[in-house]
Design a protein around this ligand. Structure first.
Ligand code: AMP
Ligand code: MG
Length: 427
């Protein structure tokens, strides 16, 4: 066991992130299988083929205001213009606009031929009979050609790629798809992610833990995180801290596209996960990261012979040995497993999400490790403000559940003063 544990190095946080990003980029070269999904079920999926405009967008020169279509040069002279007709949204384009005339128009309606601007109703004075009205742009206001009109094809030309393959689908992409006539989208198949928690102390959620036992909370947590990241969670029964139990469990888990194993990767006597992976022929890319929580994190890949039957995945079969404490599992998943999972999902958006916020109170730490402190970011003010949540180490689920992000403390920091701009890991 000693030889396995001492194999590859313990890396800095930045080095580990870079190694995983490079592996994920390589993995992203192999595209997943493609399936069709109804638009109403497409949110959270990844587009597998480019989305193209089926016609010019907008398909006609469109008014963005209620008002009067006109020739800008005529209207800017402030002469009265006779209202020659009206177009409502849904009606075809009228015209041509006679000289010296304006045309009443509603928002979203096609601009009549010959008009080059739309006067806002609020900017004109009306005279004449209601049956034969005249309008005049109220001085000193003038209008330029193109004002309050979106030209035909301004947003997109027919056939133009609006979204590339690999784009994540949310409400805006659903709306765009709908506007282009797509009721069904081609999306990438989701990767299946094995979740294998290990530990003799773990009991199921519905059990009352006996002395020394704890409930397995990480299976449910990771299943939630995998689903949110675009994977299909496959929760395996908990493996015991024996070589036999681990070998049997890993032999099943290897059928997945990505393996998440929790626990058993520290330096303890019953931390048997690395030796079990080594028996399967694993190559370890790193076996520790100078971060806290998450120091014992293991990343590697299994050889092809250990990975039968997964048709769609031509690339490497990666695994993560996540440290057993739930907060460590959550942090390392968000930082390292998400990029690999997103690559397997065919997504172009793979990097973990960091953001900046203003620190609300002083933070003191010891240098040497990059730290991720459960923290609460509030968005009520002009600038997001973050405060660490008091916690009792990486088993403190109650603290993590009060938090909505992790405050990133660089490895050389000892003291960060209130008011400083700090980095957050969004989870
Ligand atoms: P390990 O990395 O196996 O030494 O686990 C460290 C600690 O994390 C254990 O002592 C447990 O308290 C906790 N732990 C491990 N696995 C889980 C799990 N699946 N759910 C909740 N807590 C866990
Ligand atoms: Mg354990």
């Amino acid at each position: 066991m000693g030889s396995v544990l001492s194999m590859p190095g313990v890396l800095s946080f930045a080095e580990a992130l870079e190694i995983v990003a490079a592996r994920a980029a390589q993995l992203a070269q192999n595209k997943p299988a493609i399936e069709s999904v109804a638009l109403r079920h497409a949110a959270g999926r990844v587009l597998a083929t480019p989305l193209r405009a089926d016609c010019d967008q907008p398909p006609f020169a469109r008014s963005t205001r209620d008002g009067f279509a006109c020739r800008a040069a005529e209207a800017s002279k402030h002469h009265p213009l006779v209202v020659a007709g009206a177009t409502r949204a849904g009606q075809p384009a009228a015209g041509p606009l006679p000289p010296g005339a304006a045309w009443e128009i509603m928002t979203g309606a096609p601009v009549p031929r010959g008009a080059d601007a739309v006067l806002m109703i609020e900017h004109v004075a009306t005279t004449g009979e209601p049956s034969a009205p005249w309008i005049r742009l109220v001085p000193p206001r003038t209008i330029e050609p193109g004002e309050n009109i979106v030209a035909r094809g301004a947003q997109a030309r027919k056939g133009e790629v609006l979204l590339s393959a690999g784009t994540g689908i949310g409400s805006a992409q659903v709306a765009l798809s709908a506007s282009c006539g797509y009721a069904v989208l081609k999306v990438f198949a989701k990767p299946r992610v094995a979740i294998l928690c290990t530990g003799d102390e773990l009991v199921p959620i519905k059990s009352k833990p006996a002395a020394g036992q704890i409930r397995n909370s990480s299976s449910a947590m990771l299943a939630t995180m995998v689903a949110a990241a675009g994977g299909i969670p496959w929760v395996l029964p908990v493996a015991r801290d024996t070589a036999k139990s681990l070998d049997a469990a890993l032999a099943r888990a290897v059928m997945a596209d990505l393996l998440l194993i929790t626990g058993g990767v520290s330096a303890g006597k019953f931390d048997l996960v690395e030796p079990a992976l080594a028996r399967m022929g694993a190559r370890f890319h790193f076996t520790g990261v100078r971060m806290q929580p998450g120091k014992p994190l293991v990343f590697g890949e299994l050889p092809k012979r250990a990975t039968r039957t997964v048709k769609r995945q031509n690339g490497a079969k990666y695994f993560f040995g996540l440290p057993g404490n739930p907060v460590s599992s959550a942090v390392t998943f968000a930082l390292f497993a998400v990029p690999v999972l997103r690559a397997l999902a065919g997504s172009n958006d793979r990097a973990p999400r960091f953001a900046l916020a203003r620190l609300a109170e002083d933070v003191k730490t010891k240098p040497g490790l990059t730290r991720f402190l459960p923290a609460l970011c509030t968005f009520a003010g002009a600038i997001p403000e973050v405060v660490p949540v008091p916690w009792h180490g990486s088993g403190d689920l109650a603290a993590m559940a009060k938090a909505n992000c992790f405050l990133v403390v660089p490895d050389d920091a000892e003291h960060i003063a209130a008011g400083a701009a700090v980095r957050l890991l969004l989870s």
